[in-house]
Structures are given as structure tokens and as C-alpha cells.
Ligand binder design. Structure first.
Ligand SMILES: Nc1ncnc2c1ncn2[C@@H]1O[C@H](COP(=O)(O)OP(=O)(O)O)[C@@H](O)[C@H]1O
Ligand SMILES: [Mg+2]
Length: 254
């Protein structure tokens, strides 16, 4: 897998160098994730196919292709939001064509920096609080293909909600929606984090991750009711951690 990955990256770099058209703001931090993609190594073929199904669902549900900003949430924690959004980002990036950005907005339990092995010195919270510029918070994982914005270090819980509920957040989302083909946002559970619905209202699509056999139906319904009230388009639910750990894209309505 990593060899294919390297070959794809090389092809992409060559293509980008040729065209010279890289619209993205020049990021300050550059890391190579090639040695750090261990979490991709055991990626099961069926798991990957399921993720491609999820991509197709996202593509068909979001009508405006110019703005694919997809938020991943769940009713409660631990259902697999981070796992699904991070793997989906990787799978999209492996497709070579699309530029992908993944953003960690999971304030309760941010994990993307650890998962991708990047620094969390400056991230989305620093950007929103005016302590960092966009170029300082974008880390390039794979040149021209995949970038990441981690949560960052400004951590005062009471200021989190107003930070996301701001003009700065709106213009940030508009800017990244324009630059990337896919923007995936990992969040905290919608019933457990006040900023998650705010982020959902700014997204063009929302995916709810449901852990098979764990979360009670009434709890999922409560989460769905919240999502329905948001402006963001509901894309569907991913039934995760089924037997053999194959996440499955299922119904539009739980
Ligand atoms: N499809 C899956 N197969 C196996 N383990 C999974 C799967 N999805 C999630 N997990 C594991 O379950 C735990 C919680 O997943 P995580 O993505 O961190 O949840 P969340 O972000 O919703 O809190 C993690 O240890 C993760 O590795
Ligand atoms: Mg998580």
C-alpha cells in the first residue's frame, strides 16, 4: 500500500510542478506523512470500498460541487467519527485528483494530530482566536493532495463556542471550501458539544456515525432532530463497527 501511495504522490508532484497552478495559501508547516501513515497500513479492502461508497454518497447528496464541506458527528462519543473521517480523507487523497483538507474541530477529544503524527502547536482554535494566520495552521501532509488543520492550543472551554460562532469562522469555511475539493471536519458528538451544531450549520453536508448495537435509538433520534434543524444538508449515516468492522453507508434516515 505505501508503495502505491508513494508512486501516486510522485505523479501528483510532477503534475503540479508542470502546471504551476497551486491556489492554496502557502503553508508554513510542511511534513511528510509517508513514514507516518501506519494507521493506513492495515486498511482492509472492504473497509476501503465502504469508504468509496461513502464518497459517492457525499458526491451525490451535495449538489453544489464547489463547496464540499462535510462535517462528521455522532450522537455520543466513541462511535468512530475520527476513524471514519481520517480514513475517508486518506482514501480521497489516494485518488490523486482531489485536494483534501481535514480539520480537527473535536474540541472534547482532539486526536487528528496524533493520528497523522503532526504538531498541534497552532490549529483552528488559534486561527479563530486571532492568534495565528491561515498559512500558519495548515500542515501539508502530501504536497498538492492532502492538508490538515489540527485543533491547536487555545483551550479555554467557555470561549470555544463564540470562536466557532463568528464571522472569522464563516470566512474561514468559505475560503477553504473554495480551495479544496473536499473539506472534512471531525467534531465532538452533537449532543455533547455546543459548538458542533454551529459547525454543522456552516457545513454543506453532515454525516452521522452510529456505532452498531451500542447507541440507543432514542439518543440517535435526538441527535437527528438537532441535525434536521441545521441549515447543513444531511447526507446520511454510517453504521460503524459492524461485525468484521466494516462500516456501512446506510439510510438517509436512521
Ligand atoms: N470500524 C472500526 N473498526 C475497529 N475499530 C474502530 C472502528 N471505528 C472506530 N474504532 C475504534 O473505536 C474507538 C473510538 O473511535 P473514534 O474514531 O476515536 O471515535 P469518536 O471520534 O467518534 O470518539 C477507537 O479506538 C477506534 O480505533
Ligand atoms: Mg474523535
Amino acid at each position: 500500500m505505501s508503495k502505491i501511495f508513494d508512486a501516486l504522490r510522485k505523479a501528483e508532484t510532477a503534475k503540479k510542478t508542470g502546471s504551476g497552478k497551486v491556489l492554496r495559501p502557502k503553508p508554513a508547516k510542511r511534513v511528510s506523512s509517508r513514514g507516518e501513515t501506519s494507521f493506513m497500513k492495515g486498511l482492509d479492502k472492504d473497509f476501503r470500498r465502504s469508504l468509496l461508497n461513502l464518497r459517492n454518497a457525499i458526491d451525490s447528496e451535495i449538489k453544489n460541487r464547489d463547496s464540499r464541506v462535510v462535517m462528521f458527528t455522532s450522537a455520543v462519543g466513541g462511535e468512530g467519527k475520527t476513524m471514519i473521517s481520517a480514513y475517508l480523507a486518506r482514501v480521497l487523497a489516494l485518488g490523486e485528483v482531489d485536494r483534501v483538507l481535514i480539520i480537527d474541530c473535536a474540541v472534547n477529544n482532539p486526536q487528528l494530530h496524533d493520528l497523522f503524527g503532526v504538531s498541534n502547536e497552532k490549529g483552528i482554535l488559534d486561527l479563530l482566536s486571532g492568534e495565528a494566520e491561515l498559512s500558519e495552521v495548515i500542515t501539508v501532509l502530501d504536497e498538492g493532495v492532502m492538508d490538515i488543520i489540527t485543533i491547536g492550543t487555545t483551550r479555554s472551554a467557555d470561549i470555544t463556542q463564540p470562536l466557532f460562532n463568528s464571522e472569522r469562522m464563516k470566512s474561514f469555511i468559505n475560503a477553504v471550501a473554495e480551495h479544496y475539493d473536499y473539506v472534512l471536519i471531525d467534531t465532538s458528538a452533537i449532543l455533547e458539544a455546543p459548538e458542533t451544531p454551529i459547525i454543522g450549520a456552516l457545513s454543506t453536508g453532515i454525516v452521522i456515525v452510529v456505532e452498531a448495537g451500542r447507541t440507543k435509538r432514542e439518543v440517535i433520534k435526538r441527535a437527528m432532530t438537532m441535525i434536521e434543524k441545521l441549515d447543513g444538508e444531511f447526507i446520511g449515516s454510517v453504521l460503524n463497527k459492524k461485525k468484521y468492522y466494516i462500516p456501512e453507508f446506510i439510510y438517509r434516515r436512521v
